[in-house]
Design a protein around this ligand. Structure first.
Ligand code: HEM
Ligand SMILES: [Ca+2]
Ligand SMILES: [Ca+2]
Length: 317
């Protein structure tokens, strides 16, 4: 018979520790406050939405969605933010703004990891992407995972095999990976990560029509790491999370080696083509993959803590 019990919030919590609207009793306004802050901050600083989206990858894919990404360096440990893989991550101060707004209503209740995930969710909507219902109830970790980071985050020139393996380990399949890379439909890439495709010779895989623009934006073979020199990831619709990325990479205008490989590898190319044709198909897989990513190995129950300030762990008394 089909008499499966409908699951309610309590049962959900018992299974994964995460639940829809986890704070409904302890801070019912939490999600509305976050949404309102995201709207306000996005209006003033559009590119903070790129950061919110990138954060969910850089936090959740490294062991756990535990806000380890947000910790500052201490005398004893290097922060994840200061590693090479994190190059270009920015706008952390606006997450602090959101946290402060939530703390004013409900001090000590809502975790930085949930704020990180919900700001990504609401940021995706601001960028024109899908609304993705996501669970909450994550707690914050107490240590930087800078030492493990390279095991989890693929580099810009990684092979597709390695990329697929790393995401498969989190339960994300091939179309899921292809959809997540669609995030490179917004934002920018610094010349630091691009010059190896331009100097000493231009990578013949690059579309010759795209090269003059890249050379103009990145005129130095060895860019000053402090200079803010970059190329926009998607020249067509740089501020919108849409499927234009897939048309770019099929047209050999992908900036990173991984972007280019995604459009040429026989395992990923069929999905790239489908996503280039159908925004709905892209959004469907993107929503599913973001959900899985956001539920990667959370700290729940008694584990971890609710950080008071997102960039430092709580003091133990
Ligand atoms: C194989 C996996 C990936 C690699 C190697 C990769 C690498 C990079 C690199 C090198 C940049 C340029 C950073 C800069 O120079 O400022 C970048 C930008 C970006 N990435 Fe990825 N990425 C990957 C997957 C993802 C995923 C899964 C997401 C989101 C879920 C994402 C979101 C973004 C966003 C939004 C930007 C633009 C950031 C900005 O404008 O500040 N990336 N990525
Ligand atoms: Ca983490
Ligand atoms: Ca776009």
């Amino acid at each position: 018979s089909d008499s499966a019990e409908p699951t309610n919030g309590e049962e959900e919590k018992a299974l994964t520790g995460l639940a829809m609207d986890f704070y409904k009793d302890t801070c019912p306004q939490a999600e509305d406050i976050i949404k309102a802050q995201v709207k306000l901050l996005y209006k003033r600083h559009k590119n903070t939405a790129f950061s919110w989206l990138r954060n969910i990858f850089h936090d959740c894919a490294v062991e756990s969605c535990d806000a380890s990404l947000l910790l500052d360096s201490t005398r004893r440990s290097l922060s994840e933010k200061e590693t090479d893989r994190s190059f270009g991550l920015r706008n952390f101060r606006y997450l602090d703004t959101i946290k402060e707004a939530v703390e004013r209503e409900c001090p000590g209740v809502v975790s930085c990891s949930d704020i990180l995930v919900l700001s990504a969710r609401d940021g995706i909507v601001a960028l024109g992407g899908p609304h993705i219902p996501l669970k909450t109830g994550r707690r914050d970790g107490r240590k930087s995972r800078a030492d493990l980071l390279e095991q989890y985050l693929p580099d810009h020139n990684e092979s597709i095999s390695v990329v697929l393996d790393r995401f498969a380990a989190m339960g994300i399949d091939t179309p899921g990976v292809v959809s997540l890379l669609g995030s490179h439909s917004v934002g920018r890439t610094h010349c630091m990560k691009l010059v190896h495709r331009l100097y000493p010779e231009v990578d013949p895989a690059l579309n010759p029509d795209h090269v003059p623009h890249m050379l103009k934006k990145c005129p130095d073979p060895i860019p000053d790491p402090k200079a803010v020199q970059y190329v926009r990831n998607d020249r067509g619709t740089p501020m919108i999370l849409d499927n234009n990325y897939y048309r770019n990479i099929l047209d050999n205008k992908g900036l990173l080696i991984v972007d280019h490989q995604l459009a040429t590898d026989k395992r990923t190319k069929p999905y790239v083509k489908k996503m280039a044709k159908s925004q709905d198909y892209f959004f469907k897989h993107f929503s599913r993959a973001i959900t899985i990513l956001s539920e990667n190995n959370p700290l729940t129950g008694e584990k971890g803590e609710i950080r008071k300030q997102c960039n430092v762990v709580n003091k133990l008394h």
